[in-house]
Design a protein around this ligand. Structure first.
Ligand code: PCA
Length: 325
């Protein structure tokens, strides 16, 4: 009698499991590194809403902005190792792992939105392969606006930058600092205002977007629109987590990713001038670099392009050839 009861109980709970399995729902945490109000984060939230709808509420992604869940520099590893199933990361920050991750940060190679899209299209197949080799599935990518130079005094030539403490966020920004005789210090965007406020950094290269986020005008006087490159945030999923999803949900993630890429790009384009206007409205001097500085920066660009090509080998060359075609 007792055994029978147990048997029945087991049967019931097995049935419940099937029922629960039929209505499976999964929650994915998505660490990102930039403020909730930044368009990258807003795009991620819209992406999550798209996935939720497309999967009939079966896959709920929660965005954790501003490095709250994992700091920017830890997000890629966290997703590779499955500590987080999906995340967003500035991919050029990882060019020390493989030069291909720095393809979007070759100075002056692709410094408009159109050129940057073309370059990304040429690079994407190789990048997807590289990510897959690190247990990551490419979901989507969104560019930052063109990168300019923030300083605390007018800069006429590289000589004016000598010895300046320079906040870097990637291999390329650190290399520019070296070439200019500055002192690079790697700082995440989430820590940038504090670094500027406390004098840990006195100059940086970034977009109007991040300058706006950190209220650059509280610390800096000049923004030079040098348009060095347009780096990208890449959103990737842990491959094991992704592969475990039912096919329809995998498709939902990819389709919503395509939508997010288009929406994020449109936002980046629409906001670029607004951010620059905001810097100017807050009394920063906004201008292009003067002739001497421009020539010197172009020289750094040539040096860094050659360095990148040497490191990126035949895969890199194939990307540049496809881009220049
Ligand atoms: N903002 C990010 C990366 C590039 C950008 O425009 C930052 O400064 O960290």
């Amino acid at each position: 009698m007792k055994a029978k009861t147990v048997g029945f109980a087991v049967l019931v709970s097995a049935a419940q499991m099937v029922a629960a399995g039929g209505a499976r729902a999964e929650g994915w945490d998505m660490p990102t590194a930039y403020p909730a109000s930044n368009y990258h984060s807003e795009t991620a939230v819209a992406f999550a809403a798209c996935v939720k709808k497309a999967t009939g509420d079966k896959l709920a992604i929660t965005v954790h902005p501003n490095g709250a869940l994992f700091k920017g520099n830890d997000i890629k590893r966290a997703v590779q190792t499955g500590q987080a199933p999906i995340g967003e990361r500035l991919i050029s920050a990882h060019a020390n792992e493989n030069a291909l991750y720095g393809v979007d940060s070759i100075p002056f190679l692709a410094s408009s939105f159109d050129a940057s899209e073309k370059l990304w299209k040429a690079a994407r197949p190789e990048l997807e392969k590289l990510l897959a080799s690190q247990n990551l599935v490419y979901v989507y990518a969104v560019p930052w606006p063109p990168q300019g130079l923030y300083t605390k005094k007018p800069i006429n030539s590289v000589a004016d930058l000598k010895g300046v403490k320079f906040r870097s966020y990637s291999v390329a920004t650190a290399r520019i600092a070296e070439l200019a005789g500055m002192v690079p210090v790697q700082i995440e965007a989430a820590d940038l205002s504090q670094a500027l406020a406390t004098g840990v950094a006195d100059s940086f290269i970034s977009s109007g977007s991040t300058g706006f986020d950190v209220k650059a005008w509280e610390y800096m006087t000049n923004f030079y629109t040098v348009d060095a490159w347009l780096p990208r945030n890449v959103i990737f999923a842990n491959k094991d987590s992704f592969d475990k999803l039912p096919a329809a949900e995998q498709t939902a993630v990819k389709t919503c990713g395509d939508e997010a890429a288009a929406a994020g790009l449109a936002q980046a384009k629409a906001l670029t001038q607004k951010y620059i206007d905001a810097l100017a409205a807050n009394k920063m001097a906004v201008s292009g670099p003067g002739a001497e500085l421009k020539t010197q920066l172009d020289g750094f660009g040539k040096t860094m392009t050659a360095e990148w090509e040497a490191k990126a080998g035949s895969a890199g060359k194939a990307i540049i050839d496809a881009y220049e075609k």
